[in-house]
Design a binder for this molecule. Structure first.
Ligand code: COA
Ligand code: ZN
Length: 327
């Protein structure tokens, strides 16, 4: 779908990582592979397939290698995975990942809760991962958690966010994802923060990652795009959340975000009808209702039939009109 303004957005699906890590039911490996294969044909720039984390920390994704090995890789789609440490990077390399999505939090408390390391310990691990990636010629994106606030610390100082960005920029990572881990971001904050960091590093690939915990996810997405963000993480059906962040709920839903952006004239490259159909499949897989809205309501121009007695209504209205004209 070509938009009038010619502006392209790159859409990243995270349902099979951010989403499945939060599901209480283990999604069978066959179903993960089938879903990813289906999503691969819908226009995504990037699919976060899994994470290479400890099976104790994230049991839902303990089959990362098998999933990576069995999916059909569609040319043009980047298949990425979340990597917290050198052990994870070794596993990701063996799985011939297209990109490392390394992760740490800008909040010390959340980093300790989620990754069991201080931020400095995480940075040391991730420095090792970046060295490995350079040797192997694999690009690196860093996902920074809690950029817009921490559920345990509250506001995270902007200086801390900027400081971690500078340290990763110095290591020449290709991209940075600004993660709103528990939906604490609000639109004016998003706009100011995104504009500021983009101005500091124009050649960095910036991505925004919003959770809809407080209903601000779509507004935050618009704010980020207006600030110049062109890559967005989102999750089919709005599933997702960090199991080690209190109060975490799902990501912004892919079908809701794509629908909104397409209405606004953005070229997302995505097949919206395909997304809605895939969301119906996902609902069966996770065995609970989804929080997304467009998967239920359909496209804004989806036409509904008038009421069953519509002809009677018209006839009565016409008869009333005749009486009024000729009393
Ligand atoms: N993949 C698989 N196993 C790993 C691993 C990885 N990346 N990193 C460590 N392990 C294993 C170790 O081999 C060790 O196994 P053993 O008990 O059989 O000897 C065990 O996990 C503990 O290792 P340790 O280095 O002490 O890790 P830890 O317990 O301090 O946990 C992390 C650190 C980072 C591995 C763990 O907290 C983690 O995976 N967190 C991810 C959280 C997450 O994904 N959150 C949501 C996304 S934001
Ligand atoms: Zn997330």
């Amino acid at each position: 779908m070509k938009a009038g303004n010619g502006k392209r957005l790159l859409i990243n699906e995270v349902a099979t990582r951010d989403g499945f890590q939060m599901e209480s039911r283990f999604i069978p490996t066959d179903d993960k592979v089938a879903l990813i294969d289906r999503l691969s044909g819908l226009g995504y720039a990037r699919i976060e397939v899994t994470s290479f984390t400890s099976a104790k920390a994230i049991p839902a994704l303990r089959d990362g290698e098998e999933v990576m090995q069995r999916i059909a890789r569609r040319p043009g789609v980047v298949y990425t995975a979340l990597v917290p440490n050198v052990r994870g990077a070794e596993r990701a390399l063996e799985s011939r990942i297209d990109e490392f999505n390394i992760v740490m939090s800008v909040s010390e408390t959340h980093n300790l809760a989620n990754l069991r390391m201080t931020r400095e310990q995480s940075f040391a691990q991730l420095t090792g991962v970046i060295a490995l990636a350079k040797q192997a010629g694999v690009p690196v994106n860093v996902s920074l958690s809690c950029v817009f606030g921490c559920p345990m610390e509250g506001e995270v100082p902007l200086a801390a966010v900027r400081g971690w960005i500078e340290r990763f920029a110095a290591l020449e990572v290709q991209g940075v994802t600004l993660c709103d881990t528990t939906g604490m971001a609000y639109p004016t904050q998003v706009q100011a923060l995104c504009e500021g960091v983009i101005a500091g590093h124009r050649r960095m690939d910036w991505t925004a990652h919003f959770h809809n915990t407080r209903g601000m996810g779509l507004a935050n997405t618009v704010a980020a795009v207006e600030a110049g963000i062109r890559r967005l993480d989102m999750s089919l059906g709005g599933i997702g959340g960090c199991p080690y962040a209190p109060g975490a709920t799902g990501n912004v839903a892919t079908e809701d975000v794509v629908h909104m952006l397409q209405c606004m004239g953005w070229d997302t490259g995505m097949d919206l009808d395909g997304l809605i159909a895939a969301a119906a499949e996902l609902e069966v897989l996770v065995q609970h209702g989804l929080s997304s809205q467009v998967s239920r309501a359909g496209h804004r121009l989806m036409r509904h039939a008038p009421p069953a007695d519509f002809n009677d209504i018209v006839a009565r209205a016409q008869a009333r009109g005749q009486k009024e004209l000729h009393p």
